[in-house]
Design a protein around this ligand. Structure first.
Ligand SMILES: Cc1ncc(COP(=O)(O)O)c(C=O)c1O
Length: 355
């Protein structure tokens, strides 16, 4: 706290990202990164972009990337917004689409950046409790009319990994025709059906995705939103009042090549999905309860062992997972699905600890 801080800055509770350790030997299963590298075609495209070109500003609209995303999803480029990671896209969406002077709704257990953005943009919110089985109860989000400012939730949810079926997403959209519903699909490629197909019927739907997970480009910082042109132009207005060039030249070419490389995308996400299945059954055989996951991470608890103690024991063996301390979930560990080898190291460590 300093006398130079604005009152708003004094009130902020910044987001705390998962640890990025300095020691490279660690088995890192804590921030839902992809264990496989990005598309080799993306790597080549980025290498080729490094040179004299960099003295020039990038395309302010990241046109080639918007075209690739639009083509992949059967949309027009006017229905696509891109940003510096989906975090930036989400931040703009809070300001552009959720700030209506009424509380917005999101689940009580969810991506912990949402309350942070709400603080930054002074958007009131109400955290809606998940059901006892940690699923979203759509009925809780219906019938509020103009008394709410909008809705946001990840699908699959984070950190639970639970998927809301598409017909339930549509019920949420149909029940809130005058409010924007943002579906944050950071993990959708690992087992869910995207809501993008609902855009044509629901002008209140904004779908946000990232290249950080299924495209393995967390280090590049690229995310996007798709929806009705009116929603996208609201995001463009905020972006162009903030930073005209959120994506640099390297990010634009790398992300475009990654979106176009279906073969690499399918190979790597299928490998993650297969490893998830094995990880879940190995954890179950050690007595863990694992929530059904459609993501590249799992959320698990052991009925006889404290989660903080388990996380500390894993850490002692050089394995890092995420442990959240908030009340409803403090007995869970969130474990990123790594390679089979990394997951095997985790299972060996747990087996030793539980013996
Ligand atoms: C639910 C959810 N949304 C969005 C993000 C942000 O992703 P990025 O900013 O890397 O695109 C994350 C990152 O972990 C996430 O878990």
């Amino acid at each position: 706290m300093s006398k130079f801080w604005s009152p708003l800055v004094s009130r902020l509770t910044p987001y705390t990202p998962g640890e990025q350790p300095k020691i490279s030997k660690l088995v890192k299963l804590n921030t839902n990164e992809n264990p496989y590298g990005p598309s080799p075609k993306a790597v080549v495209a980025m290498a080729q972009e490094v040179g004299d070109n960099l003295r020039l500003y990038p395309n302010p609209d990241a046109e080639p990337l918007k075209l690739a995303i639009a083509k992949r999803h059967g949309l027009s480029t006017a229905q696509v917004f891109v940003g510096n990671g989906s975090d930036e896209v989400l931040a703009h969406a809070f300001q552009a689409l959720l700030k209506h002077g009424a509380p917005i709704l999101f689940p009580d257990i969810t991506y912990s950046f949402y309350p942070t953005y709400a603080g930054l943009y002074e958007v009131e919110y109400r955290a809606v409790p998940l059901a006892d089985d940690f699923t979203i109860r759509v009925d809780d989000y219906l019938g509020h009319g103009d008394a709410i400012g909008g809705i946001i939730f990840p699908n699959p949810n984070a950190p639970t990994g639970c998927l809301l079926p598409l017909d339930e997403v549509e019920r949420m959209l149909a029940g809130n025709p005058d409010r924007v519903v943002i579906v944050d699909e950071a993990y959708i490629d690992f087992g869910g059906e995207s809501a993008i197909g609902l855009i044509a019927r629901h002008p209140n739907l904004l779908v946000v995705q990232t290249l950080s997970k299924s495209r393995s480009l967390a280090g590049l910082r690229v995310g996007f939103a798709v929806g009705h042109v009116d929603l996208i132009s609201a995001l463009e207005r905020v972006k162009n009042s903030f930073n005209s060039y959120p994506l640099d030249r390297i990010a634009i070419v790398g992300a475009t090549a990654a979106i176009e490389d279906d073969a690499h995308f399918d190979k790597t996400r299928n490998a993650v999905i297969a490893s998830r299945g094995k990880l879940v059954s190995d954890l179950a055989s050690l007595g863990f309860e694992v929530l059904p996951s459609a993501a590249n991470f799992i959320f698990a608890r052991h009925p006889q062992h404290d989660a903080a103690a388990l996380a500390a024991a894993l850490r002692g063996d050089g394995i890092i997972v995420r442990h959240f301390t908030s009340a409803r979930i403090n007995q869970f560990l969130r474990i990123t699905v790594g390679t089979d080898e990394a997951c095997g190291t985790l299972i060996d460590s747990l087996r030793k600890y539980l013996a």
